[in-house]
Design a protein around this ligand. Structure first.
Ligand SMILES: Cc1ncc(COP(=O)(O)O)c(C=O)c1O
Length: 409
């Protein structure tokens, strides 16, 4: 039987090959083409979009431009990624965790309001899984001098009251890492919405950043090819060999060992290579098709899980999910469920974020056990399902009964 691995992104191998075939154009202006397509998609000026080698670097660079000093506080969700809190750690500021809301998996408004102090300089608000955080306008009205940074790493296409998520705060960062809706291997974008923060100092700093070297670029391109080939229907042995080769040769490293322990990694921060930008640009040309497909998959999941008493869903018609999250409240072990799902349906279910500071075991900067009980509980019970062009809606519908059986048996 063919095993199917459905990736989170919608990258096709032919897109990578296309970029290589257009090398002169791609390597000279791929980054500009990507910024322009992002600006059109989000309806913002392209001069406000800055491309980095990752979303985390975009966050770090923007925080740095705020001139933080030791002791300044940045509020973050009590359900985030180690690379987010690392950006704060590297600047010697303090991360203050606000627990999340069980209703939408995003940072809880009341908890934010309780966490604000005279030392608060910024709030990082993530739209987890693509689900829009709904209270940015309220926070901005109450605290106009606190900088609101949207962590839009999971987002490409979600709206809130008709506005694009990522354009609601003072600034936002997006991620183009392997698992994201648009991928350049590693990559990210900073969007500065509030002109007050488009300072000459920031622009000079950005222009001074380096591009990663050729060896990193080549590794990322090979990694992307393997990743995209793995996304299709492929015999399980071939898949295992490809994944093994990619892992062992360091082609698919997303978070370095430096970052897991909270120390400063090499080439940090740097800018997005134009050739990789071109790969992102090619996917942006299909963004409406990708978004439409993601919405149809989310609708199919909503219907599949409907009525299962041990499953909580977070469906929203305006949400474009990076993966479709559900909270599992049954008695079975999560690893057992994941293994069965892969074996019996071919659908690769994920378990992230598996800690308040994901991944489990990494540096929990400024966090103490029990501070965010909701985030801790969700990290033990979350499951997420793939949502990408690689997964046909029809396939998902065919597996409906099996998925329900595994989740509810
Ligand atoms: C919520 C969230 N924020 C930020 C990031 C960092 O983005 P990047 O990997 O592009 O640095 C990630 C993970 O990739 C994430 O999941």
């Amino acid at each position: 039987m063919l095993k199917v691995s459905f990736l989170s992104n919608s990258l096709k191998a032919k897109t990578v090959i296309q970029a290589l075939l257009h090398y002169p154009r791609a390597s000279s202006m791929g980054d500009r083409l990507l910024s322009n397509s992002l600006s059109r998609f989000l309806s913002v000026e392209s001069t406000r979009v800055f491309l980095f080698n990752s979303g985390r670097m975009a966050l770090y660079s923007f925080l740095k431009s705020l001139g933080l000093k030791a002791g300044d506080e940045i509020i973050v969700p009590g359900y985030t990624c180690v690379v987010v809190t690392n950006a704060i750690k590297y600047l010697e500021a303090t991360a203050v965790y606000a627990d999340i809301d069980e209703g939408d998996l995003n940072i809880n408004l009341d908890k934010i309001l309780k966490a604000v102090s005279p030392k608060t300089k910024a709030i990082v608000i993530s739209h987890n899984f693509g689900i829009p955080f709904k209270h940015i306008d309220e926070i901005k009205t109450k605290y106009p001098d606190i900088v609101i940074i949207e962590d839009a790493a999971h987002v490409m296409g979600s709206n809130f009251k008709g506005r694009s998520v990522g354009t609601l705060g003072d600034a936002a960062f997006f991620s183009f890492e392997y698992s994201k809706p648009i991928t350049t291997g590693m990559g990210g974008a900073l969007l500065i919405n509030n002109p007050r923060y488009m300072t000459p100092g920031f622009i000079e700093y950005f222009n001074s950043l380096i591009y990663p070297g050729n060896s990193q670029k080549i590794r990322i391109i090979i990694g992307l090819l393997i990743y995209s080939i793995n996304g299709g229907r492929i015999a399980s042995l071939a898949k295992r060999i490809l994944t093994g080769v990619a892992r062992r040769s360091g082609l698919l490293v997303m978070t370095s060992s430096h970052e897991l322990t909270g120390s400063f990694p090499p080439n940090y921060p740097s800018r997005l290579d134009p050739l990789l930008g071109y790969i992102g640009y090619c996917q942006m040309r299909s963004i409406h098709e990708i978004t439409k497909h993601k919405r149809m998959l989310a609708e199919a999941y909503r219907e599949i899980f409907a009525g299962l008493p041990n499953i909580r869903q977070f469906y929203g018609a305006e949400t474009v999910y990076v993966r479709y999250p559900v909270v599992y409240k049954g008695g079975k072990d999560r690893n057992y469920l994941i293994a069965r799902m892969v074996k019996e349906t071919g659908i690769d279910v994920g378990e992230w974020f598996n800690d308040v500071v994901h991944p489990r075991g990494s540096c929990r900067y400024c966090y103490s056990d029990g501070q965010c009980p909701v985030g801790e509980g969700i990290s033990r019970t979350i499951l997420n399902f793939p949502v990408s062009l690689h997964l046909p809606v029809e396939y998902l519908r065919q597996k409906r009964e099996k998925i329900r059986e595994i989740m509810y048996e």
